[in-house]
Write a protein that binds this ligand. Sequence first.
Ligand code: SAH
Length: 383
Amino acid sequence: MTSLIDTRPPAAAPALPSLVGATRDELRVRLVGMGVPEAKAKMRAEQLWRWIYHYGVTEFAQMTNVAKELRAELEQHFTLMRPEIAERQVSVDGTRKYLIRLAPGVEAEAVYIPDVGRSGALCVSSQVGCTLNCTFCHTGTQKLVRNLTSAEIASQVMIVRDDLAEWPTSNEDRLLTNIVFMGMGEPLYNLDNVAAAIDVISDGDGLSISRRRTTVSTAGVAPKIAELGAMTGAMLAISLHATNDDLRNELVPINRKYPLAELFDAIRSYPQLSNAKRVTFEYVMLKGVNDSLAEARALVKLLAGVPAKINLIPFNPWPGTAYECSDWSTIEAFAEILNRAGYASPIRTPRGRDILAACGQLRSESVKERASARIARESAAAE
Ligand code: SAH
């Protein structure tokens, strides 16, 4: 039997903080804190920004247009380290799943999917665990551990650019061109950090993935949808999955708080919706649950007047689920009704299923540490 007692030595003295993932303003504040005069800090922050996010350097020594003394000073205070990749898996279809250790016991997953979007999309997490408990979602079986910081969200992009060797970011044939907030967590429950991360990711002097190629998916936090539009200018996706309140209450329990009528009012007010900027509706195909042709027709009715496209997602099974994926012919018949009504409704080929990287399969082993356990650990480390 394996021992459950943690025999690892206590953590070493806290490491220097990393600048990776910082916003422009955070960089400036850090520089001022280090003694750089206010008047110079902004310009210095611009220089650092370009090295960190355009060139992806990992050493201050590589910042050749920064004075030697300042580089030495920076090294004393900060690092350019990325969060550690605890595990990296590559699917037979090229999908790459990363388990990223953000802090001891705090792990989130990010998934790179080739041939999606312009060239390839990164699915990022906004929280570790989730509070929503959607019944068909694996992540929903993991309790919320915590919100990710904006730096931790942006760092997921840094790690994958490293892994794809995509520095500098101006490279024309980039493999990573799109971002989807469809990993673990509910982005609209962590909107400030998601918005700050999008500021970092979309900046044209850095990672340079535009807001129009960034999609934020929500299970339906209606009151935050307008704010999302105003703060980020990102594309909106809604995890719909049902066309009436009764069924949606069951599948996506947040619907009890914000029912369909309220959700659709919020969606209709999303800024700048047009045929060129459509809302994506995700609809998971669950055998015998939400896949009847009557429901396809109800979906068409529900979407009337909303510039929309519909992603039909074959249900991805996970250990312990009672749901099954609809038959292929049912999915095709469902799609046909939507197509005939004029909606683009691609059936999303499941990607990375073999490594549990597909929609709704993400889950890490992280659990929220109880306050009592944390105090015990910290006092043990202090001894
Ligand atoms: N909380 C946000 C972000 C997660 S996005 C949201 O709900 O939109 C993840 C997407 O995968 C959502 O559309 C979710 O409903 C869908 N999904 C969850 N579990 C799934 C599964 N087992 N198979 C297919 N899609 C799933």
